[in-house]
Design a protein around this ligand. Sequence first.
Ligand SMILES: *Cc1c(COP(=O)(O)O)cnc(C)c1O
Length: 379
Amino acid sequence: MFDATIDYIKELYGNPAFVGLHEPRFAGNEKQYVADCIDSTFVSSVGKYVDRFEQMVEEFTGCAKVVACVNGTNSLHLALTLVGVEQDDEVLTQALTFIATANAISYCVAIPIFLDVDKDTMGLSPDAVRAFLEKNGEKRGEFTYNKTTGRRIKACVPMHTFGHAVRMDELIDVCAEYNISVVEDAAESLGSYYKGKHTGTIAEIGILSFNGNKTITTGGGGMLLFKDKALGMHAKHLTTQAKLPHRWEFAHDEIGYNYRMPNLNAALGCAQMEQLPLFLEKKKELAQLYRLFFEKQNIQFVTAPEHSDSNYWLNAVILNDIKERDAFLAVTNDNGVMTRPIWRLMNRLPMFTRCQTDDLVNSIWLEERVVNIPSSVRL
Ligand SMILES: *Cc1c(COP(=O)(O)O)cnc(C)c1O
């Protein structure tokens, strides 16, 4: 079983001994820019590549202001801090996500509440958020409090799974009704659009990741995306230890962070941004090939929901049940084709077993069936 799938995927990549899940591609000016950066000696937190990289992402996403960070997880931590998440607050998010989403909430000493996803987007369901708030939310003064725990529900973090956009309009509407801030985890969705708007630019703040396995990479890196320019400027200040500009003096006006992206990483990022349109074209072409192939195999292939122009960061298939999923994982990985199940639900992890959830019907269904398949750009 699945022999045809293994042969097809290997053939797509030119029949190597091993096909990885998502490998970076350096086919442009990477070496030139990194060498130039080293020659300049400005490899650390100051330099022209950081400014240039930020400008390129600003232009690409149509965002008012962006701030380059050391990674996506820290970007998310800072975003939550900026919307006012404090110790003992609660933050609504999806149970089906990568651990970084939940960890960033924990860095604020806040408590995640894990809600269900939509079956088609695999991202946070606005219906689940509404149902949870109608049952558990209580508006007192300016904010919404959880009737069960008494804690304030301060923020909500939707995540655009594998590059497919969450139903943002509905989500933003329900969160506005309860005065809950929205931070978009767009770590996986650079180049994905929701109703024509770049993901991560729809809510107040969004974040991107440039980790080695993402659509483009800076080695390690992340970015904050802002609608409000002034808030973005403040974020930049916070990522550089909140140091006040002065020729020699060390003066700081609040508790800041060392979250700024080094120039060396940004040099890599500039070269990668130049290739992003090509990468996206190739990723969509690959998804189309997969769609046609899996149709013939009678295996369900995950395609973009109607409202989403997806980047197809990671392609995915949906097997019939957990037994078939495990058989698929075993035979592909045994034969040099790397595949991986979707994440284990956050509420099953030891740090989060005591967190509140809803019934998670769709999350559990997807957890048992979804497998990622090789998705590197084919050049
Ligand atoms: C990759 C990723 C992040 C951020 O990861 P970093 O490795 O810290 O850049 C955050 N959330 C999700 C859903 C991710 O996939």
